[in-house]
Design a protein around this ligand. Structure first.
Ligand code: FES
Ligand SMILES: [Fe+2]
Length: 423
């Protein structure tokens, strides 16, 4: 039984994910359980882009959940990933964010590992002058860094701790794969990253990227400049399996028609009086089969694929305790981008990220929730929008993807039997 500081965790009162106990955002015990059952469990966690480590020996240090992990290319160019913790006494071996190295030395006692994580050197292994040294039965082969299963799909690199995790294409599933392919259909080039830190629970961010309802209400920029409005043609789907991955596609339509819905309801985020002195940031160069202004696709647990206009991003979501997470925005283009389109992508990098015109508000909103729920672990949120129309996928006024997510989360966390009602 999970205990919160106030009282035992009573579980989810409904099976459909429409009532979420606030304890899941604040409890250290639930957070620890997530590390074991989700991040070190049967899931594939996004580490980065293959394009970040193009050459043999390239590496990048990152995390799976809160476990430090390094992704590398070995001398043959094959992908590898290992836990960044020395087999000796547990120090982090790699202390750089990224670089190129054939050998990784732990600074504490200089144990040396190759790019695959195999232990290749121990100082004073045989002691000095015939004295001391490691025991005769010490095996270098048995004391490498902990290696993870690693695979890539469309240039996205994932790793998993668990042998039980299905192959990566199956984990993404038949509903999500075509949309991953939509973005990753040709070779990409990594352009750089930004990072932001939020004092709120990581799952509040997953709720946020599964929440088309907020997008046009919280974000003034979205609505005013017709990047995202509720009248737009939409496609909102969860993966057909556990509901943990999802996709929101907002499809470009006539401006006047979508503005009418906001004017009619006098919504704060729509202001027809605003114009931009330089509207070039709003350009939308058609480059995909379906002309979508927004493609937002969280792949559980720590990836969000994003296309907003011509800005392409792989966001990485890293939990940092029950009430904190970090977001890393990996911007990319296609290798065959014309210079003009590449410049536009870089300009549109200002739409999202720590100071982005349309995403500053998201982490402010998740922090408002964190502060709001801190004192009442046993109360629940209310996630009912379009609950009577669970199969409707063409509206942006829905919380169906969030309900599907919580339903899958409950199962993964083994909260199923905890006093849930029938629905
Ligand atoms: S902790 Fe790494 S060499 Fe000692
Ligand atoms: Fe948002």
């Amino acid at each position: 039984m999970i205990e919160t500081s106030a009282q035992p965790f009573a579980g989810f009162p409904r099976r459909d994910g429409s009532r979420v106990p606030y304890a899941v955002f604040t409890s250290q015990e639930i957070y620890d359980r997530e590390q074991a059952l989700i991040f070190r469990g049967p899931t594939w966690s996004f580490l980065g882009l293959e394009a970040e480590i193009p050459e043999a020996g390239d590496f990048k240090s990152t995390y799976i959940g809160d476990t430090p992990v390094v992704m590398t290319r070995d001398e043959d160019g094959a992908l590898a990933a290992w836990v960044n913790r020395c087999a000796h006494r547990g120090a982090m071996v790699c202390r750089q964010a990224r670089g190129n190295a054939q050998i990784h030395s732990c600074v504490y006692h200089q144990w040396r590992y190759d790019s695959r994580g195999d232990l290749i050197g121990v100082p004073f292994l045989r002691g000095v002058r015939g004295q001391s040294g490691m025991p005769a039965d010490f095996s270098r082969a048995a004391n490498g860094l902990r290696k993870l299963r690693v695979d890539s799909y469309g240039g996205l690199v994932f790793a998993t701790f668990s042998e039980a995790t299905p192959p990566l294409p199956d984990y993404l599933g038949p509903v999500m794969r075509p949309y991953v392919d939509r973005i990753f259909h040709k070779p990409i080039e990594y352009l750089g990253c930004t990072r932001q830190y939020s004092n709120s629970n990581w799952k509040l961010y997953l709720e946020n990227v599964k929440d088309p309802y907020h997008a046009s209400l919280l974000h003034l920029f979205h609505t005013t400049f017709n990047i995202f409005r509720v009248g737009m043609k939409a496609h909102c789907v969860s993966d057909g399996a556990m509901g943990l991955h999802s996709l929101i596609l907002a499809i470009k339509e006539d401006q006047a028609e979508t503005a009418a819905a906001y004017e009619a309801q006098n919504i704060r985020s729509y202001d027809s009086g605003f114009t931009l002195a330089d509207p070039s940031i709003l350009a939308l160069v058609p480059e995909f089969d379906v002309i979508a202004t927004n493609h937002i696709q969280p792949i559980f647990p720590q990836l969000v694929i994003q296309q907003i206009h011509n800005s392409l991003v792989a966001r990485q979501l890293l939990p940092k305790g029950p009430d904190a997470f970090e977001l890393v925005f990996h911007f990319f283009g296609y290798r065959d981008d014309e210079p003009e389109l590449r410049r536009l992508r870089i300009k549109q990098a200002n739409l999202v990220g720590p100071a982005g015109y349309i995403s500053m508000e998201d982490t402010e909103a998740t922090e408002l929730v964190q502060r709001g729920v801190a004192a009442d672990a046993d109360e629940t949120s209310l996630i009912d929008m379009a609950r009577d129309a669970p199969d409707q996928t063409d509206t942006l006024i829905t919380e169906q993807l969030i309900r599907a997510f919580w339903s899958g989360y409950r199962t993964l966390m083994g909260f199923d039997e905890a006093g849930a009602a029938a629905r």
